[in-house]
Design a protein around this ligand. Structure first.
Ligand SMILES: *Cc1c(COP(=O)(O)O)cnc(C)c1O
Length: 427
């Protein structure tokens, strides 16, 4: 890949000229003059997401209460309908995915449903590099069972503070473990775990396994059904561009359909029975059972337009371009920034990295501030990581080239020294 790499501007233009996804850039609102490399925190607004949100407002105006069953996208079926459309992105059957809740709420729902400590199987395996919200949720779930998180939540150690070793994760899958929860892609280092291998290892040991796909959804193809992943959950406001607070999604393998939801509500119901208003829940026989209450329609609506773009671009082409963009960025970092003390913290192999580059530097906080002042938007993750996510649907190769030039200028002219070494409230 990129065997003929050159650090020149004309090479960047040449890559853009060969890019089959280049036209999708036009679909997005890219802030004026800005190189946006933070789509793994909050994806950009597309015209189609905007249109679908406006369409929902219109259906409220026109149909009022009847909007639940009328209009182009009746609200009552929207969560299942969009789950079915999203299924291709995770390699699942349509009935295995539903759009609902938030990442953290969905994790609570799935652990409430699937964590059944029994006999000596009372522990959950996670990892020490996991996103804090997931860890807090797991700790609180253990407490609800009267179990002490200090000895029932096993956080597998990283050998180098960046990456997890699949051998270590498998080693932690002992007879005391009931469930494993891991990220698909680590939010800081961008490491992509070997899910197929981990699922196989967990199942051989009689352990359930679920994944947090926040950092892979919309960037990487998945084969959840084929691998036999028990359950998964993810947000939609990162690579899926559904907007701030956009409604999340979850997947439950069909072999578990029919399970009683741990956190039930009237939207867990079979659709045809919900308005019988009985006190005995007849829960849905698909992923829909894991919904709780009334869907947040306006925070779901942008997904309608956004998922159309994904269907047109195709997740395999998106992954291919994403790998080329991050490879290109790493080659530029090597050739342009070699003398400035940066190191690359993500795995270098294509099949072990996600959608962003993890750039490490002792001055990361101040460099991030200087980049923002130069209209390059990265994000900072404590203590010393600059995350750079060129996004296949809207980042051009030329922007990647330009971003590295601006970063080089910041280093050469020591522009970062004028900033304070403290991170912002929202980093
Ligand atoms: C973004 C992200 C979250 C966010 O959870 P919310 O409930 O949407 O706030 C959780 N876990 C991981 C791994 C994330 O990347």
């Amino acid at each position: 890949m990129l065997q003929d790499f050159q650090p020149t501007e004309s090479y960047a233009r040449q890559l853009d000229g060969q890019d089959p996804l280049y036209a999708f850039r036009e679909e997005f609102y890219i802030p004026e003059g800005t190189i946006y490399l933070d789509g793994n925190s909050l994806g950009l607004c597309s015209r189609r997401a905007e249109q679908s949100l406006l369409l929902m407002l219109e259906s409220w105006k026109q149909h009022a209460i009847d909007g639940w069953t009328e209009g182009k996208y009746p609200w009552f079926y929207l969560s299942e309908e969009l789950g079915a459309r999203m299924a291709a992105l995770v390699g699942a059957k349509k009935e295995e995915v539903v759009v609902t809740g938030s990442t953290t709420v969905n994790l609570h729902q799935l652990v409430s449903t699937f964590f059944r400590p029994e006999g000596k199987r009372t522990k959950i395996v996670a990892d020490e590099l996991n996103f804090p919200s997931d860890i807090y949720a797991l700790q609180s779930q253990l407490r609800l069972h009267g179990l002490n998180p200090a000895d029932h939540l096993i956080r597998v150690r990283s050998r180098d503070g960046r990456l997890l070793d699949e051998d270590d994760l498998i080693h932690a899958m002992t007879e005391e473990v009931q469930m494993v929860i891991l990220p698909t892609v680590l939010y800081r280092s961008g490491q992509l775990l070997d899910m197929e291998r981990l699922v196989k290892a967990a199942h051989e040991r009689g352990i359930l396994i679920g994944f947090d796909a926040c950092h892979s959804i919309g960037a990487i193809p998945h084969r959840f059904s084929e691998w036999g992943v028990d359950f998964a959950f993810w947000c939609t406001y990162k690579y899926l561009n559904s907007g701030p607070g956009g409604v999340a999604a979850l997947y439950v393998n069909e072999k578990h359909h029919g399970r009683v939801p741990g956190l039930a509500g009237w939207f867990s119901s079979r659709k045809d029975k919900q308005f019988d208003m009985k006190h005995e829940l007849e829960h849905a026989e698909n992923a829909g059972a894991f919904q709780i209450g009334t869907p947040h329609v306006f925070s779901t609506a942008p997904l309608i337009g956004s998922l159309e773009i994904f269907a047109e671009a195709g997740i395999d082409r998106i992954r291919e371009k994403s790998l080329r963009l991050t490879r290109y960025l790493m080659l530029l970092i090597e050739s342009e920034l070699a003398e400035w003390g940066f190191s690359i913290g993500n795995p270098l192999e294509d099949d072990r990295r996600g959608g962003h580059v993890c750039l490490e530097h002792d001055e990361a906080v101040r460099i991030c501030k200087a980049l923002k002042a130069e209209k390059v938007v990265p994000d900072f993750r404590a203590p010393h990581v600059i995350r750079l996510a060129p996004v296949a649907l809207y980042t051009s190769y030329h922007e990647v080239w330009e971003a590295v030039q601006r970063l080089k200028t910041i280093m050469v002219e020591k522009k970062y020294e004028q900033y304070e070494k403290v991170r912002g409230v929202v980093a």
